[in-house]
Design a protein around this ligand. Structure first.
Ligand code: UT7
Length: 330
């Protein structure tokens, strides 16, 4: 029994933060941002009081509406996120209640930028075990909630958004085929929000120093991302005896176009096989992979071989090989 993706949904907030706008906020320029990252604009959830769940709910509703899914049939809702609405109260439980998934159990899953990739592993394992029939996996992040818009090293990169996929059993062999997932905790100092968690609860001094926000040593993360994303992508091809001609699509985490290009070039893929939306959404953390599927769904055909790859804070990274289970609707 395989676990296949059978439906996709997505949501991004309306507000567009352009490179031009950032030029008025920090010392940067459009040319630098585009040439170093590939990002032209990103979406920001501006309205006060709305968190990650707002986008997760909208992405899930989009999926439910497009696929005529009865939400009461969903067995499990996983929200992959690094920016839950609140501590302790799970974002997934609230999301499930709002979409009418009244018979589902729920939990949040956080592996920073690899949250959705690791979520694919978890969701598909529940299906493969035969225990559940419908698992809704949502990747959603409101990165703007942890960004210092005076820090040019981070504010140009991140955006907000959400994407959702439904996993169901597939008896024709389509769906998740293999995965290679890794973590290395020695990387945590290079990308983190140090204050506000259980180790260092926020104190007035941290707020005064703006230390409640994301810190990233971009160069170091970049170096590890380029090496590791390419490495696992190459290995998963090798061990499944896949040549570059066999691959229909690479769906890479959208952190930096140069990291994406390096991964594609290591496995010899041309640009037209590489899914990309970093130019319009930036790095949406847990939402990059499902938003790629949301954008490219109409081009995907039954049997397409897709390699997903991600790298992020922790460090956590990996690659997953999946075959697509349905043709675009007419
Ligand atoms: O998704 C989670 C994982 N995250 C990632 O994978 C992100 C990985 N890292 C990156 O994508 C890149 O390292 C960044 C986009 C964050 C930065 O690009 P970079 O090419 O590594 O730049 P850099 O930090 O080495 O900085 C190069 C120069 C520096 O100036 P000097 O020292 O050479 O004079 C920076 O001060 O560019 C300067 N700089 C900027 N200039 C204009 C740094 N940020 C900016 C900026 N605008 N926003």
């Amino acid at each position: 029994m395989n676990a296949a993706i059978t439906a996709v949904g997505g949501y991004v907030p309306d507000f567009v933060l352009t490179n031009k706008m950032l030029e008025g906020m920090v010392e940067t320029n459009d040319e630098w941002i585009v040439s170093r990252t590939g990002i032209k604009e990103r979406r920001i959830l501006k309205e006060k009081g709305l968190g990650t769940s707002f986008m997760a709910i909208n992405a899930a509703k989009d999926l439910i509406q497009k696929s005529n899914l009865d939400p009461s049939e969903i067995d499990l809702v996983i929200v992959a996120t690094a920016t839950p609405d609140m501590q302790a109260a799970s974002t997934a439980a609230y999301t499930a209640a709002q979409i009418g998934a009244i018979n589902a159990f729920t939990f949040d899953l956080d592996a920073a930028c690899s949250s959705f990739l690791f979520g694919m592993s978890v969701a598909s394992s529940y299906i493969e075990s035969g225990r559940y029939k419908k698992v809704l996996l949502i990747g959603a992040d409101k990165n703007s909630s942890m960004i210092n818009y005076e820090d040019r090293a981070t504010c140009i990169i991140f955006g907000d958004g959400a994407g959702a996929v439904l996993f169901e059993p597939n008896e024709e062999g389509y769906g998740v085929q293999d995965e290679l997932l890794r973590s290395d905790g020695s990387g945590r100092e290079y990308l983190l929000v140090k204050y506000g968690g259980s180790a260092f609860p926020i104190e007035p001094i941290h707020l005064a120093n703006k230390e409640q926000f994301v810190y990233q040593d971009g160069k170091n993360v970049f170096k590890h991302a380029v090496f590791n994303m390419a490495d696992v992508s190459e290995k998963i091809l090798e061990r499944n005896h896949l040549s570059k001609e066999d691959i229909s699509w690479l769906a890479p985490h959208q952190a930096n176009k140069r990291i994406i290009d390096a991964t594609a070039s290591r496995i010899g893929l041309e640009d037209d096989k590489v899914m990309m939306n970093i130019q319009k959404f930036g790095n949406t953390t847990s939402a990059t992979l499902p938003l790629l599927l949301y954008d490219y769904e109409s081009q995907l055909k039954k049997g397409d071989k897709i390699i997903f790859a991600a790298f992020g804070g922790g460090f956590n990274w990996g690659a997953l090989y999946l075959t697509w289970a349905y043709n675009p609707s007419a």
